[in-house]
Design a protein around this ligand. Structure first.
Ligand SMILES: [Zn+2]
Length: 84
């Protein structure tokens, strides 16, 4: 059975990444975080096998901006801390 991911493929990246794209990417990665399910990690937002399309898109944007894993992690911590 083909998943929606196989049908739609990867989300395209914007040609030029702006600060807004980065903000949106951080949000996407935060909202589409992994959740443990009996059959493995799934997205807690859309229940797709983790990492889902939006999570991968967010990661690609952040990597595209030249952020290291460490910097991405710091952004995520910051974003999570801001949530109520
Ligand atoms: Zn997701």
């Amino acid at each position: 059975m083909g998943s929606i991911d196989d049908i739609l493929g990867e989300l395209p990246l914007p040609p030029y990444l702006t600060t807004e794209d980065v903000t949106f990417a951080v949000k996407a990665v935060t909202v589409h975080a992994a959740e443990q399910w009996p059959d493995g990690p799934r997205c807690r937002n859309d229940r797709a096998p983790h990492p889902c399309r939006l999570h991968r898109w967010g990661q690609r944007v952040l990597v595209g901006r030249g952020l290291s894993d460490r910097e991405i992690e710091a952004l995520l911590v910051e974003q999570t801390a801001r949530q109520p």
